[in-house]
Design a protein. Structure first.
Length: 276
């Protein structure tokens, strides 16, 4: 039997920067490609949050709800001041809606550019222009192999950029790969953040270390501790067996290599980015 992960003693304010919340009261959009697991309601997440010793959370609009942010907004209302959110809107959204969402805790717009996403690339700059005055960010998920061709376009965005899942290299690469170096160039700009999360989605080497993705996460955590965030990616959509949340959190210590970096990634960086 493999040893159980050693829990990280967490500082107050530790934040899970990427969760999705579902509820049967809110029907999925016709465009939904994957159904959530049975235990994907806010009360289910609360159990994990308590077990892990986390305080804050960022609720990210699931692709399964399309443009209907009602479930995400309801979760934010229940979680209160210890939560922020990332919505999905297009450039036609009204100023009044943006103001209302900001008051509810929304701080970014999600661009999921893999199958299932609902915003097209031609909405990137128009949406960015609408949300920049609010201090929001673009939350982007792409295949990391595309970073070299996207680098200049993303660097021109006049607002913060948050990239999901250690760059989401669908085929893991070496730290010396040009695509990973392009990701590092974005982080060098000082306006980009990276979530160290969901290694199980792309790893070919697998649990418990996810070594092929872990080497990228470790490189980022140690070179850019001031630009990194951590997330559980709960409830682990599309996974036949959900990974253990404590084991995923424990990986952060091995990646960061320093308790000061761990605190910065879990507490200080989310506070700066999301405005807790």
């Amino acid at each position: 039997m493999s040893p159980q992960p050693t829990p990280i003693p967490l500082s107050p304010g530790a934040c899970d920067c990427h969760i999705h919340v579902f509820d049967p009261a809110y029907p999925l959009a016709p465009t939904a490609r994957v159904r959530p697991p049975a235990a994907a309601r806010l009360q289910d997440y609360r159990k994990l949050q308590t077990t892990l010793g986390l305080t804050r959370a960022v609720v990210v609009q699931p692709t399964g709800y399309g443009f209907d942010n009602a479930c995400t907004l309801a979760a934010l209302a229940s979680l209160g001041t210890d939560a922020r959110g990332v919505a999905v809107v297009d450039a036609s959204v009204s100023d009044a809606s943006l103001v209302q969402m900001h008051a509810a805790g929304i701080r970014g717009v999600r661009f999921m550019m893999l199958p299932g996403g609902v915003l097209p690339w031609d909405m990137l700059e128009p949406v960015a222009a609408r949300i920049a005055p609010l201090g929001w960010h673009v939350n982007l998920q792409v295949d990391g192999a595309d970073f070299p061709r996207l680098l200049q376009r993303l660097a021109r965005l006049a607002l913060p950029l948050v990239i999901d899942h250690t760059g989401k290299f669908l085929t893991p690469v070496a730290p010396s790969d040009p695509a990973f170096l392009a990701l590092r160039a974005l982080l060098d700009s000082g306006s980009c953040w990276i979530k160290l999360s969901a290694p199980y989605e792309t790893s070919r080497t697998g649990a418990p270390a996810y070594a092929d993705v872990g080497v990228l996460a470790s490189t980022l955590a140690q070179a850019y501790p001031q630009r990194c965030l951590w997330a559980s990616n709960w409830p682990h959509m599309g996974q036949a067996t959900a990974p253990d949340g404590a084991a995923l959190l424990d990986l952060l210590r091995s990646w960061a290599g320093d308790d000061t970096h761990v605190r910065r990634i879990l507490v200080d960086n989310p506070q700066d980015l999301y405005g807790f």
